[in-house]
Each structure stands twice: as C-alpha cells, then as structure tokens.
Design a protein around this ligand. Structure first.
Ligand code: NAP
Length: 291
C-alpha cells in the first residue's frame, strides 16, 4: 500500500498524539471527534476535518479508531452514520481502543460484510509513548492485513506484536492491564503502609529498584504517587472499565480471578467516590480514606 489515506476517529488523550504522528510523517489524514473542538490541534498540523465516521470511512483506505469502551466503538462503527455505512471494499478498520475480544469479533464481522478487513490493535503505553511514537501495539487479525498496515502502525509504536486472530490483540491487552491494575493498587497499599509506620517512601523505592522486580514504572508512576501527582494520563474510569472486561473474559473461559475481582471493587469504589477522571494512580487517594 503506497501512501494510503488514513481516517482517525477519537481524539482523546491517546488519539490526539497518535494521529499527530501520522500527519507529521506525511500520511494524508482525515480526522473526526465527537466533541468537534478537539480536532483543532490536528488541523493545525495538517490534518483535514471529516464530517462523521461514515464519511471518513468512505474517503480513506485505512480507518483507525481510538475511543473509550465497547459501547462507544460499537456506536462509532455499527451505529447510524457509523464506519460500516461508509467503509469501502478492500479498506481496513483498525480498532486501537481497549475493548473485549468479543467486541473485536463483532466489529470484524460487520466490516467483513462490506468486503473490508479488520485488526484489533490496542496499545500498551500511555500519553508519553503515544507522543513519542513508542507504543507497544498488540495486534489481532490476519497476518496479511497486519503486513499491509505495518508501515502505519510503525509510526505509532516501536514494538508490534501479532497476538493471533481477531480478538487476540484485545485479549492480550486485557491480560497486560491486569498486571498494571494490580501494580497500581498494590503500590498504593504499600505506600500507605510505609508512610504510616514512619518510613521514608524514597527508601522504599530504593529497595524496589534494587530488587528483582524493579520496573521503570516506579520511576514514573511510582514517584508521581509519592508526590501525589494524579494528573490524568490513563483515566481511572478506563482502568475500571478494563477490570470489568477482564472479569467478563475470565467468565467466558471459566477462569477464577479472585484477586483481580478485589482490585476491580477498589476501582469501582474509587470511581463512585468521584475519582474517575483522575489518573488511575488516584486509587491511592481513595485508599487513604479507608480504615
Ligand atoms: P479519552 O481521553 O477518554 O478519549 C476517549 C475518546 O473517545 C474521545 O475522543 C471521545 O470523544 C471518544 N468517544 C468516547 N465515547 C464515544 C462515543 N460514544 N462516540 C464517539 N466518540 C466517543 O481516552 P484515552 O485515554 O485516549 O483512551 C482511549 C482508549 O485507549 C481507551 O480504550 C483506553 O482504555 C485505551 N488506552 C488508554 C491509555 C492511556 O494511557 N490513556 C493507554 C492504553 C490504552 P469526546 O472527546 O467527544 O469525549
């Protein structure tokens, strides 16, 4: 595929820098966002504004979507004026949102009826890697479709992992965020304990860094939590959504996730306490009011 025209739907925290990187390397880009004002930064770097998902899909070779959750991608793709209404035979829909494998399969089935192809391609990495083009992209779908789209995905991510058929990228992403949710909640609990027994959190971070389970996560998110900086990179409401999707997936394959279920409850309570728009690390500020 030489210089394909790309459509990008969903210009939130992640979609905006990902789309900007595509424009910067010269792909012709048509963008659409439900809240129209969010297209402005993309227009300034050379993208054009689309009129809606169906019109965007009708004008491009590859449609990329980066929205919140299953019901949202279903509205964008399957709803009135959705991608399926406009998508052309031979083109590709790449859904990069974190959704369930079942949702990915539903979307794939719908675009296939229009002789188009589908990839689920959720990402690991937050606003920083999205801006730097260093995301890890987990792909489900046909290898031939992935190879067609690799030059586009390579602009947004430094590592592209083919997980298997449609839905397997989504499954791999949920398994990845399972560990991230545990890490966020576990570190929040440990930090509270450390502080309340009178230890210096910096000493605690030193120990973690010297251990076999050291991670760059402590140097970014961990230090942010010590400083109580809950600026949103990955919204707590989205982590809660991912935990719900993990539970549903586990139930489909008859697998018990008791610890993950407890973590889900914590995120549910934090969101109910009004912390959904903050970063998921704000689980700390919920826990510190529990006794
Ligand atoms: P976000 O900032 O909340 O943006 C969500 C985007 O989806 C917005 O453009 C929003 O439009 C659009 N949207 C939501 N519902 C819609 C609907 N019904 N119809 C049309 N558009 C709709 O989220 P984000 O942080 O960019 O995350 C996007 C996806 O990537 C999520 O699935 C998330 O779990 C996943 N993810 C996020 C991160 C991260 O660190 N942030 C990392 C990896 C994966 P409006 O502007 O109109 O609201």
């Amino acid at each position: 595929m030489t210089q394909p025209r790309i459509g990008f739907i969903g210009l939130g925290t992640m979609g905006t820098p990902m789309a900007a990187n595509l424009v910067k390397v010269g792909f012709p880009l048509l963008v659409w966002n439900r809240t129209a004002s969010k297209v402005e930064p993309l227009l300034r770097v050379g993208a054009k504004a689309g009129k809606g998902p169906a019109q965007v899909a009708a004008e491009v070779d590859v449609v990329i979507a980066m929205v919140s959750q299953p019901k949202d991608i279903e509205a964008v793709v399957l709803g009135p004026d959705g991608v399926v209404e406009g998508i052309r035979p031979g083109s590709v829909l790449i859904d990069m949102s974190t959704v369930s494998p079942m949702t990915s399969r539903t979307l794939a089935g719908a675009v296939t009826t229009k002789q188009a192809e589908f990839l689920d391609a959720p990402v690991v990495g937050s606003k920083g890697p999205a801006t730097e083009g260093t995301l890890v992209i987990l792909v489900g779908g046909l290898p031939t479709t992935l190879e067609r789209c690799r030059p586009i995905l390579s602009v947004m991510g430094k590592t592209i992992i083919h997980a298997g058929g449609v839905g397997m990228g989504s499954a791999l992403k949920l398994a990845t965020n399972l560990m991230l949710a545990h890490l966020g909640a576990g570190f929040a609990e440990a930090l509270l304990l450390v502080q309340r027994v009178g230890l210096d959190p910096k000493r605690y971070l030193e120990v973690l860094e010297a251990s076999t389970f050291r991670s760059p996560w402590y140097q970014t998110k961990g230090i942010g939590m010590v400083k109580r900086d809950f600026t949103t990179h990955f919204a707590l409401k989205h982590m809660h959504k991912d935990l719900r999707l993990m539970r549903e997936l586990a139930s489909e394959v008859n697998t018990a996730l008791p610890v993950t279920n407890a973590v889900e409850q914590l995120f549910a309570q934090s969101e109910a306490a009004g912390k959904g728009e903050l970063d998921y690390s704000a689980i700390l500020s919920y826990l510190e009011h529990q006794h």
